[in-house]
Design a protein around this ligand. Structure first.
Ligand SMILES: [Zn+2]
Length: 292
């Protein structure tokens, strides 16, 4: 397998679909379509042609000696100003894998999939195409979505030949595949591998996420005349909880993470003891029992 060719293709894609600020392949838009068209040209050069499933995911099949299939995935869509490797590394590494086998039939069938709208950057709903294929997409959760320019998701989908109410047919299409394994080469999105000086890691699980919102109600009062011993300051209480949230993750194991990312204080005035504090907590862990 030629890493050199994969990188050359990634650079070619970036030249075509990125600005100096990064990749601009927002799902369902013209640059994303152009990226897919470019990729379809690459496929044509090795005699392969993609088909779209009902959710707009683009599939390419290289038949093997058996119909048992290895699915290799990625996504060509990007966030605005996205990285040059996110998603496209998976697609172009998969392309290279297919290219290697165009002249001698692989033992297993190889299927490449370019998931549609994996990032969710435009309609604030990530994993749209893959969740339809996995069957977990709830159509009514996304039916009303509108992008920041006022375009409705249903219209953006239709522009790309996808009918919202038929998207879950992609689930049946995926189930019809005699799949042995799913592989995806993805750029690391955190600093852990680099910190450990490791070139590659294998995903052992996918984290579940629990989001909670906490409201603490205290007693708002003037900062000057209120003696410390008579105060009921919810922000001081919250600050102790923040320390506890951090300790929960640190004491659990190396994988657990917990984050307080949003805090709002009422009335948020310099000379007033707050009356109410609302904050978010984001817990993540691959084991559902630990999260619970
Ligand atoms: Zn990605």
């Amino acid at each position: 397998m030629s890493a050199h060719d994969v990188i050359a293709n990634l650079k070619e894609l970036a030249t075509r679909t990125a600005t100096p600020d990064g990749a601009q392949r927002l799902a369902w838009g013209p640059v994303w379509r152009d990226a897919r068209e470019w990729f379809n040209g690459k496929l044509a050069s090795i005699g392969l042609e993609p088909t779209l499933d009902a959710a707009g995911n683009s599939w390419v099949t290289l038949p093997g000696q058996s119909d048992r299939a290895v699915i290799i995935g990625g996504h060509l869509d990007s966030v605005p100003n996205g990285g040059w490797l996110d998603g496209s590394l998976g697609v172009l590494a998969a392309f290279e894998a297919l290219r290697m086998f165009t002249h001698h039939r692989p033992r297993l069938t190889l299927k490449l999939v370019d998931w549609a709208d994996e990032e969710g950057a435009r309609f604030s709903r990530s994993l749209l195409g893959s969740s339809a294929a996995s069957g977990s997409l709830k159509l009514d959760d996304v039916r009303h979505l509108v992008d920041k320019d006022g375009t409705r998701l249903v219209d953006a989908l239709r522009e790309n030949g996808v009918v919202l109410d038929r998207m879950l047919d992609a689930h049946d299409q995926l189930r019809a595949v005699n799949a042995a394994a799913y592989l995806e080469l993805h750029i690391e999105q955190g600093p852990a591998l680099e910190d450990a000086n490791q070139p590659v890691g294998v995903v052992g699980g996918i984290v579940g996420i629990t989001w909670i919102e906490v409201t603490i109600t205290g007693q708002s009062d003037h900062a000057g005349p209120s003696p410390m011993r008579l105060r009921r300051d919810p922000l001081v209480a919250a600050s102790e909880i923040f320390q506890g949230v951090e300790r929960i993750a640190i004491m659990e194991d190396e994988i657990a993470v917990a984050t307080v990312g949003r805090v709002s204080v009422e009335p948020n005035v310099i000379n007033t003891i707050p009356g109410t504090v609302v904050f978010s907590v984001d817990f993540r862990h691959p084991d559902g029992e630990v999260l619970a």
